[in-house]
Design a binder for this molecule. Structure first.
Ligand code: SF4
Length: 64
């Protein structure tokens, strides 16, 4: 099963992933970083788009 993860050390808080897939990602205003609300995923097309859109490539969606 695929797991969605964000490497928060790398996240620059651009919010692109949150805007693309609000069902999967949310924004932590205190840390100014995104986090995953639904690690088991959902709309794979949306997640793939978010992975591709992240400017620092810190989102992964890998088989565990
Ligand atoms: Fe962070 Fe990448 Fe999401 Fe931007 S797209 S908020 S850098 S995880």
């Amino acid at each position: 099963m695929k797991q969605v993860k964000i490497d928060q050390d790398e996240c620059i808080g651009c919010e692109a992933c949150v805007e693309l897939c609000p069902d999967i990602f949310a924004f932590d205003d205190k840390q100014t970083k995104a986090y995953v609300t639904t690690p088991e995923g959902g709309d794979q097309a949306c997640i793939e788009e978010a992975v591709a859109s992240c400017p620092v490539s810190c989102i992964s969606n890998e088989e565990e």
